[in-house]
Design a protein around this ligand. Structure first.
Ligand code: NAP
Length: 484
């Protein structure tokens, strides 16, 4: 079987599948090392915005986190350690990109073309993540800029920002981390803010050595703390789904945070969101607002166009800059493998998503694509907790199906009924009603990204594989194709 992607999801899937007796696993990744998003996002200040305790795998507890919110390098190196501890190296095929994958009925197998040759596999798992391909907005003049320009997810370390004038486009989760990190060294930073985010206090802190030792010595305490962290995060969900008093409470805390950190009333007004909290991702930061208060930082309205030497904001003011940083998010609506994976009827996954409004059964399987499992697929994202928990639940779900050696294809009716129910639940959430447009939604306004319940509810739903929702049969010509 073939897993595409050696980030959190791919690594976790390989560990659990091998434990279930599946041994012929290859993990393909186009990168030179494992780590997925935590390998690719190396911008200054990159860190998790969910407690580190939830950025570890249940199978690989990690008492060693140095901070409440670990930095990118620490998370990347954790994943390297997991690969080593579990001996996954022989499964890895790095610097190998999947260019095409097609389901063949003749042998009930996925025929996968890669830059390093073909792989035939009875099961294909997409573990590429949803926030993978950088999105560069279509802005007039973008190509005319003569200085260096880079996306936060493709940071170029060769570009020295010290003493430079830098434009940062965007004010999302990546921007609010990179701005405080670069502002002290840059000559000037112009922040092009189209929509102000809601920002809550982060309260990051170092994890004391005695506490790390305690967790290392007493694994049940470690597990209990991970469980407690995940339950604590669920409380925030109420402000997104029930809204009302829970949301008002969150907005009060964020407004107080803004007032405490930004004394200038004009800047405060410009930083105050005009939509309900949670509609876009709620951000956590203690150093974002102070960075915006610096003398060398300017908050300008959104970007109108780029010139050869600078950026022009929405008020028509030109800012001369040396470097542009695109903190403009990801191509969520074009998942990495979708246009390369072709199902039973010759339809690509991208075409199926265009037809079905980018939906999947339980976020994991799609009618017409036998034995394809998508980790972090449609509607498995979260606004309040760690997506690692969601991937783990999906893996619990697919392991018995994969281990059975059968061909499983979700029934189109079951998929439709699931998605209709999901959309009903999403309709009353702040993501749909909060008065904003976000990357959670597609062109029709369907929320394609988020799961509207708790991580625990998702895990309960995924606890057993519901064969009744699938068309199931024995594979032609044996039980398993060795991936070779
Ligand atoms: P994002 O949340 O999609 O933010 C993109 C930003 O670019 C927004 O502020 C957007 O403004 C702005 N933008 C887009 N087009 C623009 C234009 N033409 N002119 C001006 N501004 C424009 O992207 P992100 O910050 O990379 O975060 C994406 C997701 O990645 C997050 O929501 C989170 O799930 C994940 N992430 C996680 C962490 C972590 O700590 N774990 C860190 C970073 C990212 P509008 O709001 O007006 O659209």
């Amino acid at each position: 079987m073939c897993i595409v992607g050696a980030g959190f999801s791919g690594i976790a899937a390989a560990i659990d599948l091998r434990r279930a007796g599946v041994t012929d696993i290859v993990i393909v990744d186009r990168g030179t090392s494992v780590g997925g998003a935590w390998r690719d996002n190396t911008y200054p200040g990159c860190a998790c915005d969910v407690q580190s305790r939830l950025y570890e795998l249940d199978v690989a507890p990690w008492p060693e986190w140095s901070r409440k919110f670990a930095g990118q390098e620490e998370i990347r190196s954790y994943l390297e350690s997991v690969v080593e501890i579990f001996g996954l190296e022989p499964m890895l095929r790095l610097e190998t990109e999947v260019t095409h994958a097609e389901w063949h009925e003749a042998d009930d197998a996925w025929h996968v073309e890669t830059t390093r040759g073909p792989i035939v596999a009875d099961v294909l798992i997409s573990a590429c993540g949803g926030l993978t391909e950088p999105l560069y907005p279509d802005i007039p003049g973008k190509a005319d800029f003569t200085g260096p320009a880079m996306h936060t997810a493709r940071w170029d370390r060769a570009v020295d920002l010290r003493g430079k004038r830098v434009a940062v486009v965007g004010t999302g989760a990546s921007a609010i981390q990179v701005i405080p990190a670069i502002a002290p060294d840059a000559a000037e930073v112009v922040v092009l803010q189209r929509t102000p985010p809601w920002v809550m206090p982060r309260r990051d802190r170092a994890v004391p050595q005695w506490y790390r030792s305690l967790l290392a010595t007493l694994p049940p305490v470690q597990r209990a703390m991970r469980g407690a962290s995940s339950w604590a995060r669920e409380i925030q969900l109420l402000s997104f789904t029930w809204q009302g008093a829970f949301r008002a409470m969150g907005e009060r805390i964020a407004r107080r945070h803004l007032e405490a950190q930004v004394p200038d009333p004009d800047l405060r007004r410009r930083l105050t969101p005009g939509y309900a909290m949670g509609c876009k991702r709620v951000l956590l930061s203690d150093d974002y607002y102070p960075a915006l208060m610096r003398d060398n930082v300017t908050v300008a309205p959104g970007l109108e166009r780029v010139t050869s030497t600078g950026v022009v904001d929405a008020d028509g003011v030109e800012h001369a800059v040396d470097v542009i940083v695109w903190a403009t998010g990801f191509k969520v609506l074009e998942p990495p493998l979708a246009d390369r994976v072709v199902g039973r009827d010759g339809e690509s996954l991208a075409q199926a998503f265009a037809r079905n409004d980018m939906s999947a059964y339980k976020g994991t399987t799609v009618a017409g694509f036998p034995n394809l499992y998508i980790l972090q697929g449609p509607n498995t994202g979260l606004g309040h907790s760690s997506v690692v928990l969601m991937s783990e639940a999906q893996i619990d779900y697919l392991v018995p199906a994969v281990a059975s050696g059968l061909v499983m294809e979700v029934d189109a009716m079951a998929q439709r009924a699931y998605v209709e129910d999901l959309d009903r639940r999403l309709a009353t959430t702040v993501w749909q009603q909060g008065g904003c447009r976000s990357w959670y939604q597609n062109g029709h306004g369907r929320n394609v990204a988020l799961w509207p319940g708790s991580t625990h509810a998702f895990a309960r739903m995924m606890r057993s594989f519901d064969r009744g929702a699938y068309r199931t049969r024995r594979r032609k010509g044996g039980t398993r194709v060795p991936a070779a």
